[in-house]
Structures are given as C-alpha cells and as structure tokens.
Design a protein around this ligand. Structure first.
Ligand code: ATP
Length: 277
C-alpha cells in the first residue's frame, strides 16, 4: 500500500452509499477525486490488488460454494467497458461471466423485467459482471417514460427483495456507479467523434441521454438510496480519472472477496499416498 493512500476501510466508507434518503449525495461528490493517490503509486497499488484478486478468484472457483455479482451502472462514456477490460481481463476467464443488458428484445419485453436478469445471475464459483442491469428499469425507463410512474415506483422494493434472495442463496453483490462529470463525458464524446477507431462507440441517441443529465442524476439518486443495503451495497466510484477508478474498484472487490474467504476444498483421503509411475 502507498504511504498516502487511504486504508481500505476508510476508502470503502467514503465510496459506499449508506442507504436511505440523502445518502447518495451525487452533487457533493468530486468525480475527479484522487483520495491522495499519485498516478504512479496508484498503478503499483492496482498491481498489488490484482495479484490478490487473482488468488482470491482461484479460491472462489475451487471452493465452488458461493458466487459474486458485480453490477456496473453509469452514464454513457463513463468507462464501463474499460473497467471490465482493466479489472476482469486479468482474471481466469473461465470463472468470469460478463453480461451486457441493452434495450430489451421482444421476448424479454414480453416477460417481467427481472426475467432476463435472473437467468444470468452467477453460478457458484463464478464472478458475474452486469454491464448495465435491472437498474435500467428504474433509470432509463423512468427518465424516458417507457413505463408509468405507478409501475417503476414499485420496482425499488422488488429489486431489494430480489437481491436479498440472491444474497441469502450465496451471492455476494457489489454495485458500482461510475461517477463521471458532464464535462468529462463531453470530452470523451468528442474523442469518439474525432477518432476513427472510436467512431463506432458513438450513437446519436447518447446525446439525448446527455440532454437529460439532471433527470438521470435524480433517478440515480433515488435508485442508490432506495436499494443500497448491507447485503447489496452501492459504491459511487469517481470516474473522471481512470487510474483512480481502477484502483478503487480493485480494492472494493478484494475487500468483499476476502470477506467471503473462499478456501481450496480438502483433498481426497489418501492423496498423499498416491505414487505416479
Ligand atoms: P453501452 O452504452 O452500455 O456501452 P451500447 O451503447 O453499445 O452500450 P447497447 O448495449 O446496445 O448499447 O444498449 C445500451 C442501451 O440500452 C442504453 O441506452 C440503455 O439505456 C438501454 N437499455 C438497457 N436496458 C434497458 C431497458 N430495460 N429498457 C430500455 N432501455 C434499456
């Protein structure tokens, strides 16, 4: 650990949404926060965290008795894809399932909104990563009026109960909101417009969501405050600086995986007497 960086507990406390009205404080949080890290030190700390995570994931997989679900939510260009590359490409791909949730298909729309989600909940031993999630059903759906208020209002309690059920059945849930500023989003959109290798990431519809920034922040505030629980906490991670984002997320994951404390299964009896000729 670096000399100036915060302890794991302090950091998690600063990032975590306690739950309840007034606890998200999105307008007060600094999207460019560094928590005292310098860039070079953050890279070293990130490498250390990743080494621990590799070992913890191996044990989670071998233990095979519980799972981890990481939910990633953010405005466009906040870095969901880049987070997934930075953190999860270093782990054993056999133990990680990444699922993106875009506009629901016809079949998905014909079911309740949790139907497509539950199907992708991680199996024992696995880390599941949701790139967007059931939260879209209280975010974009609310902001763009895809469902009436009487419908989306009830969803917060469905979601809390659904996640509690997953937690009770052995899934550790970690929910991360990548908190990017509107100015930083502008710069990233401009880069997407200018760079040939990034053009494909830009959709005109992204500007529509950008124009509704205040409504999205209001919807995020409600979602974070109404659904952050002891067993399924939300973390608001400052996302204007990728190096801060990465080390924060690695540290959050390591904390939760250490809490699980996965163990290698006991060897079969008599293993020490086997001789291979
Ligand atoms: P991203 O922006 O997440 O990197 P993308 O731009 O490539 O992804 P898709 O993954 O195809 O696009 O879809 C993301 C879009 O789907 C977002 O605009 C999101 O708001 C929308 N979406 C996700 N879930 C729902 C939902 N339940 N109802 C309506 N729209 C949804």
């Amino acid at each position: 650990m670096g000399t100036k960086d915060p302890s794991v507990k302090e950091l998690l406390h600063a990032l975590r949404v306690a739950g309840g009205q007034g606890s998200a404080r999105l307008d007060e949080r600094d999207t460019g926060e560094t928590f005292g890290w310098e860039k070079e030190q953050s890279y070293r700390d990130f490498a250390d965290e990743m080494a621990e995570l590799v070992d913890l994931q191996k044990r989670l997989f071998a233990d095979g008795s519980s799972s981890v679900l990481v939910v990633l939510q953010a405005m466009d260009a906040a870095g969901k894809d880049s987070t997934i590359r930075s953190i999860f490409s270093g782990l054993n791909p056999a133990g990680v399932d990444v699922n993106p949730f875009g506009v629901p298909t016809e079949e998905e729309t014909a079911h309740d909104y949790l139907w497509r989600i539950h199907h992708h909940a991680p199996a024992d031993g696995k880390i599941g990563v949701f790139n967007r999630s059931h939260y879209e059903d209280v975010l974009v759906v609310r902001v763009k009026g895809f469902a009436p208020e009487r419908v989306w209002k009830k969803r917060y309690s469905h979601i809390v109960n659904f996640e509690q059920m997953l937690a009770d059945e052995g899934t550790t849930i970690i929910k991360i909101f990548l908190n990017v500023s509107r100015d930083e989003q502008k710069e990233r959109f401009e880069e997407r417009l200018q760079r040939r290798d990034k053009n494909w990431k830009f959709r005109a519809g992204d500007l529509d969501d950008r124009a509704r920034w205040p409504e999205f922040m209001e919807a995020y505030t409600d979602a974070l405050e109404k659904t952050s629980t002891d067993d399924a906490p939300w973390y608001v991670v400052p996302a204007d600086r990728k190096w801060v984002r990465n080390v924060c997320i690695a540290r959050i994951l390591r904390y939760h995986l250490e809490e699980i404390n996965p163990r290698y299964p006991d060897p079969e009896p008599g293993l020490d007497e086997i001789v291979i000729d």
